[in-house]
Design a protein around this ligand. Sequence first.
Ligand SMILES: NC(=O)C1=CN([C@@H]2O[C@H](COP(=O)(O)OP(=O)(O)OC[C@H]3O[C@@H](n4cnc5c(N)ncnc54)[C@H](OP(=O)(O)O)[C@@H]3O)[C@@H](O)[C@H]2O)[C@@H](O)CC1
Ligand SMILES: Nc1ncnc2c1ncn2[C@@H]1O[C@H](COP(=O)(O)OP(=O)(O)O)[C@@H](O)[C@H]1O
Ligand SMILES: [K+]
Length: 491
Amino acid sequence: MKIFSADQIRAWDAYTISHEPISSLDLMERAATALTDWLLRTGLARRDGHILCGMGNNGGDGLVVARLLHQAGYPCHVWIVRHAEKASADFEANLARYRHLAGVTWVEEAMEIPSDTLVIDALLGSGLNRCAAGPLAEVIRAVNASGSTVVSIDIASGLFADRPNQPDDAIIEPAYTVGFQVPKPAFLQPGNARFVGRWQVLDIGLDRRYEKQTPASRYFTDSQSLPSLRNRAVFANKGNFGHALLIAGSYGKVGAAVLASRACLRSGVGLLTVHVPECGYSVLQTAVPEAMCLADEHPKMITGVPDLSSYTAIGVGPGLGKAQETVRMLDELLLKLGGKPAVFDADALNILADNPEWLTRLPKNSILTPHPKEFTRLLGRTWADDYEKLDLLRAFCKRYSVVTVLKGQHTIVATPEGELHFNSTGNPGMATGGTGDVLTGILTALLAQGPPPADAAILGVYRHGEAGDRAAARKGEPALIAGDLPEFLHW
Ligand SMILES: NC(=O)C1=CN([C@@H]2O[C@H](COP(=O)(O)OP(=O)(O)OC[C@H]3O[C@@H](n4cnc5c(N)ncnc54)[C@H](OP(=O)(O)O)[C@@H]3O)[C@@H](O)[C@H]2O)[C@@H](O)CC1
Ligand SMILES: Nc1ncnc2c1ncn2[C@@H]1O[C@H](COP(=O)(O)OP(=O)(O)O)[C@@H](O)[C@H]1O
Ligand SMILES: [K+]
């Protein structure tokens, strides 16, 4: 699914109104109806809740929700913050409709909000064009201080949909954000967690043709927009699904090689060979009997690169360590790789960060899988905000012609062409040692089977998170360990 800017979403709204038999007032009714149904379905709707409206279309949505909740037996207090000379036409129309049912209270300063109530935040939506100030800011701060359960309509009031806020901006801190049609960029940024809460988007039937014809550089990977693995032919043999080589492990970190190997085998690869230090040989042969094993000459670390001719993809990094001999091994690997598809993770990335001139030697379309800390090391700098991070990520992929998987809650797959794909699966139970090693195994297996690397990364990241979600559903997030993930992979 494409992710659009606030301007594009506004244009989509207008496109729908001009290409379909629907007026803007009816579109507002449709959006607010979907939201009211959601409130009723989730059991969040309650009598005597508080609906806080601004004077634009976001406030208009709030007034429609107030009317529909009233009709469903949940009358609420409606407050309107007077922040402008003039209200939007659809707001005025819905204010008139609501007034047939009940009164509203106009305010120019913060009101008392009880702590044990539902607050529906319809102060400001995607029309925000400056930070909230004056009475709006006062009301926002009062809501945040109240401790009530807040549902923001479309987006938390005060939060910009597609650019950074300043640290002391007044922004609603909702428990839930319910948006329309597609997620906004703001929902996906780690720094906004407090201003988004749990979010979801409701389908309000905006015209699909706009989505098709409007170019985007940001995507949200859900189950409908997933690249697929080729079907396995009935007469297939193991030679048809690639031969992966994993270079992983050092003394004390052989487990990383085991985890990556198990995940690789569970991701459809035909054959797997694992290169480990000598101390890892019997560990690997016992823990992962399906894999072939090459023992390095060194007892504790990897110092050499095997002949690469028979492998279709290489994954390097989990548990490697950064000993001088291993640094030389990576240098040798970069010499020998040719154009072979490869995944670089963990200490392979840290070694690259220590030798940034090597980044230009990466085969084109290599996949790099840093977590944010590793990515700052690779860049040699940090970023001022999440949006700058995205710009740096794009520039990095373009400069080195690589696919970068920036790991986190919404892991981002960034392509050399400048596309950013935000993942939708995964959970905080996965914040535990070794889950990244599992991802490396998955991605190496997929690359070995020959799809375009960006597709392999998008699909692998999605399935990895999905396995985490299944494991968490079965065991609970705190009980999840990396070794569960390969067992819960499903293709
Ligand atoms: N697209 C869709 O799919 C659908 C969208 N819908 C809904 O419409 C909402 C967008 O509505 P909207 O454009 O009227 O903007 P909204 O956020 O209500 O702001 C109103 C005005 O406030 C002003 N203003 C801005 N910042 C300010 C500030 N800091 N402090 C004070 N004032 C400020 C600014 O006017 P200005 O003062 O600049 O003239 C702005 O125009 C959207 O979020 C969704 O809920 C649904 O109904 C249907 C489907
Ligand atoms: N809060 C979270 N929500 C979703 N996924 C997460 C979360 N925390 C971590 N993950 C996922 O878990 C993995 C952790 O990888 P990494 O940091 O490399 O761990 P390790 O180095 O221990 O293997 C990444 O794929 C990341 O996306
Ligand atoms: K809002």
